[in-house]
Design a protein around this ligand. Structure first.
Ligand SMILES: NC(=O)c1ccc[n+]([C@@H]2O[C@H](COP(=O)([O-])OP(=O)(O)OC[C@H]3O[C@@H](n4cnc5c(N)ncnc54)[C@H](OP(=O)(O)O)[C@@H]3O)[C@@H](O)[C@H]2O)c1
Length: 318
């Protein structure tokens, strides 16, 4: 997949403070110790698209998101339409997926009022070095999102990756701030930011990052999951898990299947519910109507403390 291999390429350029690139081999090794993260935040009920949670800037964010993968505009149109039919209202239309125009077309054709949808675009400006270069590159990225999505003011714009050093990150953030000041977007967010990189943004004196999109889920190392959740929570930044299902290796899958039997849920629904129970949210994708429906149908049960501890990994045989 182009998006995933792009991730590997870009991670190689990250500074020492960045999150270590997520390696498949690491993922397959699985969990080590039980997580101690506190329970999920109080969720406000939404009419469509599932519940939402309040971000640190005071806005509401639907906890379930459809994150478009790499395919052409025609496929983006088809899967966005399907997701809308299945009740999705939160969308991550990454510039890396290369299909923002197809996504925007489906949104406009749906007839669903714009204010019932939550739309997040993204900017890839991590290769620019230096404050001013990163600012300019981010500004061009923001303009491109606004033009290609063509859905009016965005709800959120996300930096796909942090720049190579603190000055570059400050420039990236100034670029996002400029888009907000111009009225192009409401909330600002980041992805793949380490705690140290979040601190660069937090100390810059501007607005706060509301969301950090990160690799999180049953099947990632327990220690990694716990650390991401703890460090982001400490900074009042909501975690949105990317690839929450792709990470399911055979051990994690059978653990989720065993738990799922008790609740009448699929292994994937258990893996997604685990994320919500940890106080995080997720963006996932599928090409199937049934899977779209399953991935948003996770609000009629709660995982017991015992099942959560089991899924945290101490009993997983991976
Ligand atoms: N910020 C970043 O660096 C970053 C990196 C990677 C991804 N992302 C974002 O995260 C999104 C999701 O990540 P992803 O595409 O890697 O993976 P994912 O959503 O975790 O998993 C997708 C896979 O799971 C399957 N699936 C989905 N629902 C299922 C269900 N209910 N039962 C069984 N199988 C199911 C899908 O196959 P079927 O089509 O057969 O259902 C697909 O193969 C991406 O589209 C992208 O927007 C962001």
């Amino acid at each position: 997949m182009r998006l995933l291999s792009t991730l590997a390429l870009l991670s190689a350029a990250l500074p020492a403070t960045a999150l270590a690139p997520v390696e498949r081999r690491t993922l397959l090794k699985g969990a080590a110790a039980a997580s101690t993260i506190s329970a999920a935040p109080a969720l406000a009920k939404g009419s469509a698209g599932g519940p939402s949670v309040k971000l640190c800037d005071g806005t509401q964010f639907p906890v379930v998101s459809f994150g478009l993968q790499v395919y052409d505009d025609e496929a983006a149109y088809k899967y966005t339409t399907l997701a809308l039919e299945c009740g999705y209202r939160n969308f991550f239309a990454s510039v890396l997926a290369g299909n923002q125009k197809g996504f925007g077309k489906a949104v406009r054709a749906s007839g669903i009022p714009r204010d019932e949808l939550y739309i997040c675009g993204s900017v890839l400006s991590n290769r620019a070095r230096g404050e001013e270069a990163a600012f300019q590159s981010t500004g061009r990225g923001c303009d491109a999102n606004f033009r290609d999505l063509n859905v009016g003011k965005l709800d959120m714009i996300m930096l796909d990756y942090p720049g190579p050093d603190a000055e570059s990150i400050q420039g990236q953030w100034r670029g996002l701030e400029a888009m907000r000041k111009d009225g192009g977007v409401t909330s600002l967010a980041v992805s793949n930011f380490s705690p140290a990189q979040l601190d660069v943004v937090l100390k810059s004196g501007g607005g706060r990052p509301t969301v950090n999109q990160l690799p999180l889920g049953v099947g990632y190392k327990t220690k990694q999951n716990a650390e991401l959740l703890r460090e982001n929570k400490k900074r009042n930044v909501l975690v949105q898990a990317w690839s929450p299902l792709r990470v399911l290796n055979s051990g994690a899958l059978s653990a989720c299947a065993a738990v799922g039997k008790q609740y009448g849920k699929t292994p994937q629904q258990i893996a997604l519910k685990w994320i919500l129970a940890k106080g995080a949210t997720y963006t996932c994708q599928t090409t199937s109507r049934q899977h779209f429906q399953e991935d948003i149908d996770v609000f009629d049960f709660e995982l017991s403390a015992k099942d959560l501890a089991f899924l945290d990994g101490e009993n997983l045989v991976l």
